[in-house]
Design a protein around this ligand. Structure first.
Ligand SMILES: Cc1cc2nc3c(=O)[nH]c(=O)nc-3n(C[C@H](O)[C@H](O)[C@H](O)COP(=O)(O)OP(=O)(O)OC[C@H]3O[C@@H](n4cnc5c(N)ncnc54)[C@H](O)[C@@H]3O)c2cc1C
Length: 399
């Protein structure tokens, strides 16, 4: 099998690029390798976890989003051989390409938190980072009887860095509505060191945290769960080194560490050193592989210092398509990605701070008002506007 352009992954990034390529040049032979029968709109999982939308609203058949004229290879990539311009599938088949787009998203390392896999979905342990578990999260939040509710975030890069706090804000609101807030403590334990990376939004979130009386613990990375005793074990980074901290919980919302898929980490396309080792190495502006000029990468898999979000992909996809087509014709690449990312920070039902920023962590607001303020119209954008934009425009290569 040989295709002019081969795309690994039919998620947000892969489908956006495939659709744009078809629009720009329908004569190109484009193939997408994607094993899943379904396609998820993952940003809805935060709202699923808060009982605002049913989980079914976040899923569609992969066949319904695959652009017409694109070959869908229903298999999984096992290995990339960029020096031979080929990938090897789990069936053993080799697929050759002229240009490759790497967009397989990231891997959620559930097993890296000891005890998590065994207890997830039971014993008060939940996570919105999975389609089925998002629904169970709402079940646990809804039936919480009070006590210590802990929400965690890891030290690794994750998709949608704001989601671990969003679900906490929505859960806290539910506890107030259920009349159990007075006998509950709500805590956020994060492996990170700040509430949010962009100052103007960090200040706004701090006010929300104060209003809701949330307890923040920084540099606390969850590494074990003991379900029998309902204890969460954290690795705390201090000036003197690492320290183990054991905390009792009644509800534990877990966001596990995340990494690039193994086949990317093991390939020559991965960053070989530094804090982002293993993620795909691309030029931060052109999104071209730093080692193989006929390879491009976008979405959650790339080792760039931007927020891993669908919003980032909306800007990355046109950059990749412009540059990939220019590279085909040996022209100068003019597409430039500035690190744009957006995080619609839901702070309650009907309240949202729309954080938008770039590589330099500078706020890059789209609207002519103070986006660091909680707004109802921005909540409606997240609830209704962005899903519409995603399914009808972004995945069709129109936005
Ligand atoms: C709880 C949650 C809340 C979020 N909230 C927001 C938000 O509010 N706003 C926002 O913009 N973003 C949000 N995101 C992030 C957003 O969903 C992701 O950044 C986006 O989906 C990444 O797109 P991607 O194409 O890189 O990866 P994905 O969309 O995950 O797609 C990757 C695809 O690659 C396929 N694949 C994997 N391995 C292989 C392989 N070996 N071979 C072939 N194919 C493979 C997978 O099956 C999958 O279909 C959220 C995510 C979560 C989980």
């Amino acid at each position: 099998m040989r295709h002019q352009i081969l795309i690994i992954g039919g998620g947000s990034a892969g489908i956006s690029v495939a659709a744009r390529l078809r629009r720009r040049d329908p004569s190109l032979s484009v193939a997408v390798i994607e094993p899943s029968e379904v396609h998820y709109y993952q940003p809805y999982w935060t709202l699923v976890g808060a009982g605002i939308v049913p989980k079914e609203a976040s899923v569609r058949l992969e066949s319904s989003v695959m652009p017409r004229g694109v070959t869908w290879i229903r298999d999984r990539v096992e290995r990339i051989e960029p020096d031979a311009n080929a990938v090897v599938l789990s069936s053993g088949q080799r697929v050759e390409y002229e240009q490759l787009v790497v967009a397989p998203g990231l891997r959620i390392d559930w097993e890296k938190v000891k005890g998590l896999k065994e207890t997830l979905g039971k014993n008060g342990v939940c996570s919105i980072y999975d389609y089925q578990q998002a629904e169970k999260t709402w079940e646990m939040i809804r039936t919480f009887q009070g006590g210590h509710a802990i929400f965690t975030a890891p030290a690794t890069p994750i998709k949608c860095g704001g989601a671990p706090q969003k679900i906490m804000f929505l859960a806290e609101e539910t506890f107030v509505q259920q009349g159990i807030k007075h006998n509950s403590q709500v805590s956020f334990y994060t492996g990170g060191g700040v509430i949010f990376g962009v100052k103007v939004y960090a200040d706004a979130l701090q006010k929300v945290a104060d209003r809701k009386d949330l307890d923040y613990k920084f540099k606390h990375d969850l590494h074990e769960i003991r379900p029998e005793s309902r204890e969460a074990v954290f690795c705390k980074t201090t000036d003197a080194g690492l320290e183990e901290v054991v905390v009792k919980y009644d509800l534990l919302h877990v966001v596990p560490p995340m990494s690039a898929p193994a086949f990317v980490q093991e390939s020559p396309l991965a960053l070989q050193e530094g804090p982002l080792k293993g993620w795909m190495a691309v030029d931060h502006t052109t999104l071209q592989s730093t080692t193989h000029p006929n390879v491009f990468g976008l979405g959650d898999v790339i080792g760039t210092p931007n927020a891993k979000t669908g919003a980032a992909i909306r800007k990355q996809a046109p950059t990749v398509v412009t540059n990939l087509l220019a590279a085909r014709q040996h022209l100068t690449m003019t597409g430039a990605y500035d690190g744009y990312g957006s995080c619609p920070l839901v702070t309650g039902r009907g309240k949202l701070i729309l954080a938008e920023f770039n590589y330099k962590n500078e706020a890059t607001p789209s609207f002519p008002f103070d986006q660091a303020k909680e707004r109802y119209d921005m909540y409606l954008l997240k609830r209704h506007g962005l899903p519409f934009l995603y399914w009808n425009l972004m995945l069709k290569g129109l936005a």
